[in-house]
Design a protein around this ligand. Structure first.
Ligand code: SAM
Length: 278
């Protein structure tokens, strides 16, 4: 909870490097910490999130607060910043004081919290995600997509490529199907390793995921997950082998049993998923 204290002013906030030095915020690998200190860049990420008017912004892992500052500058009315590393709390409270206590820090593991418990809808998530938990976090949010009105997230480029991949490409897989089934997914721009402190090993990409009004085709999450897991876990095999245990009547479903997983559209996978009991 942010303690209401004497107000500061945005223009008086110290440079992020000074904050990091003052709080001895040496980046911890175990927390996936790669900080962004360039406000032009964090403003570009905040800009990709679109209008922040009338929405609650949930930021995962604010760290020293580079993106938090940019989101406030971009007009965020309220930010709920979920951070696991207690060393960052003072930095975020300082930003909050400069903005009429409109940033609330929540000291928690983002994997353990329910978004609906944090703040009322509409909610958007904006984050430079810790790479070690980026995919599990996204899966958790996709499973609860009704609680989310938009996501602007930084991933490793390789993950971003999987999120936006189309059928018949190498990157097309379970993550492509599950995310595009529920969301319009778009890569915004790449961010070079050198932009981070410390630099990670790979290029990063900002991705927006806008929930569809309806999933692309009817299916349940668990059935679609089962079918895509079986198909892509043996992606080189023909469907008649990789999906053998399901006993699908491929002809009736107008799907070639000799096809491989990467040749199926999301609608094809949903058609298969609807055949599963219960
Ligand atoms: N937003 C900051 C920036 O752009 O400079 C920091 C981004 S850094 C890549 C990821 C942040 O997520 C770190 O501050 C880290 O402590 C935090 N973090 C890591 N795992 C987390 C978790 N499970 N729940 C909440 N925050 C987490």
């Amino acid at each position: 909870m942010t303690e209401p204290t004497a107000p500061g002013r945005p223009e008086d906030l110290p440079p992020l490097r000074d904050v990091i030095a003052r709080l001895s915020l040496r980046a911890k690998k175990s927390f996936g910490q790669n900080f962004l200190l360039d406000l032009n860049l964090t403003q570009r990420i905040a800009g990709a999130a679109g209008s922040l008017k009338g929405v609650n912004v949930i930021e995962i892992g604010p760290g020293p607060g580079g993106l938090t500052r940019a989101l406030m500058m971009q007009g965020a009315e309220r930010i709920y910043a979920v951070e696991r590393d207690f060393r960052c709390i003072d930095a975020i409270n300082e930003i909050s004081r400069a903005y009429e206590n409109r940033v609330q820090i929540i000291e928690a593991d983002a994997l353990d919290i329910n978004l609906a418990d944090i703040c009322p809808a509409p909610r958007i998530i904006v984050a430079n995600l810790p790479y070690n938990v980026a995919t599990p976090l996204l899966i958790k949010w996709l499973k609860n997509i009704a609680e989310i009105d938009g996501m602007t997230l930084m991933f490793q480029k390789e993950v971003a490529d999987r999120l936006t991949a189309l059928p018949r490409t190498k990157a097309y897989g379970r993550l492509s199907v599950m995310s595009q089934w529920l969301c319009h997914v778009r890569q915004e721009f790449n961010v070079a390793k050198e932009a981070f402190t410390p630099p990670p090993k790979v290029t990063s990409t900002v991705v927006t995921l806008m929930p569809r009004k309806q999933p692309l085709a009817p299916a349940t999450w668990s059935a679609l997950e089962k079918v895509t897991a079986a198909a892509f876990n043996q992606r080189r095999k023909m469907l008649r082998a990789s999906l053998k245990s399901f006993n699908f009547d491929f002809d009736a479903l107008a799907i070639k049993e000799t096809a491989r997983a990467e040749e199926l559209s999301i609608e094809d996978f949903c058609r298969l998923a609807r055949e599963l009991p219960g």
